[in-house]
Design a protein around this ligand. Structure first.
Ligand code: SF4
Length: 305
């Protein structure tokens, strides 16, 4: 069984799961823990497989992000990759993902290979659905090439790329808070963080909350004042850029919201100090609409709903 500890930490996506369905939250962060171990019980391994399933929109988002990260790193060091080459690579990766998902091979490494919910649950899914996903992903990459934010990277000796998708966290009064901006750049005076989006636009409050978390992280990580940090939401699907800055007061408000959210999560634990949860303390949601899109509907018995 796993020999490292399941430590409590906070992230925006964790808070979203907590607010949607407590049972789903429990299964994701506690029930699936250790399910990667070959000695784990079969039902435990299965929950781990379910945890790693992706919906088609989520898959489109991850494959576009992976492609953009690859292009961004290359743009900083050499001539831009021709668009046909980028689209071809994207298509090949999507073909491979579809095959690993449809064949069930993703079960060998569910955290590294793509397993789609539709394949796992035997839901109707045809070639046209796949082609639509490819088209949407390729449209995002085509929009990227036209995007002024991305165009600044290519051959720009004055712009330093500090990080691309750093899987990192910050410490907020003893609480570990995850923050993963997609790209962070420095022009010698100002820091610019970028969050790529690949689907419909988020609400104003939600995107402000996310970008303010990234701003707080960048300020700590690179020791830059808030007023020297700009944050851009670049929606590659809608081809829109929205840029904003945050004040000390904004960041204080964000920290307070995170602290309240984390306290609610910790209050549900049977042993908060050791981050131990009991399944019965995490009831299933009464909003059945959530269940149709949930990874864990087989685990909690709502697969037929
Ligand atoms: S299927 Fe519904 S009740 Fe079950 S874990 Fe998912 S959201 Fe919660």
């Amino acid at each position: 069984m796993a020999d490292f500890k399941n430590e409590f930490s906070w992230s925006k996506s964790r808070a979203e799961k907590f607010n949607k369905c407590l049972r789903s939250y429990y299964l994701h962060y506690y029930g699936s823990w250790g399910g990667w171990d070959w000695e784990a019980k079969p039902e435990h391994k299965e929950i781990y497989v379910m945890k790693n399933l992706q919906s088609i929109p989520l898959w489109v988002g991850s494959i576009v992000h992976e492609t953009v990260e690859w292009l961004t790193k290359l743009a900083a060091t050499r001539d831009p990759v021709p668009i046909d080459q980028a689209l071809d690579r994207l298509r090949k990766n999507m073909d491979m993902d579809w095959w690993t998902s449809e064949s069930g091979n993703f079960r060998d490494q569910p955290n590294k290979m793509v397993g789609l919910m539709e394949h796992y649950y035997g839901e109707p899914i045809d070639q046209e659905t796949f082609e639509t996903a490819v088209t949407q992903s390729q449209d995002c990459i085509q929009n990227l090439y036209q995007n002024s934010v991305y165009q600044q990277f290519a051959g720009n000796q004055n712009l330093k790329i500090l990080a691309t998708e750093p899987y990192d966290s910050m410490n907020m009064n003893g609480l570990k808070v995850w923050a993963v901006p997609d790209v962070v750049t420095w022009d010698g005076t100002n820091l610019h963080l970028i969050d790529w989006k690949t689907g419909k636009a988020m609400g104003g409050d939600e995107i402000n909350f996310q970008l303010s978390i990234y701003t707080a992280y960048c300020s700590i990580k690179w020791e830059v004042l808030f007023e020297k940090i700009t944050a851009s939401e670049v929606n590659l699907f809608l081809n829109q850029v929205k840029t904003r800055t945050f004040t000390v007061e904004d960041i204080q408000e964000t920290k307070q919201a995170i602290s309240v959210s984390a306290s609610k999560m910790l209050d549900m634990l049977v042993d908060p100090e050791n981050n131990i949860a009991r399944e019965d303390d995490f009831p299933m949601t009464e909003i059945l609409n959530f269940c149709g899109y949930c990874n864990f509907k087989r685990a909690c018995g709502r697969e037929q709903n």
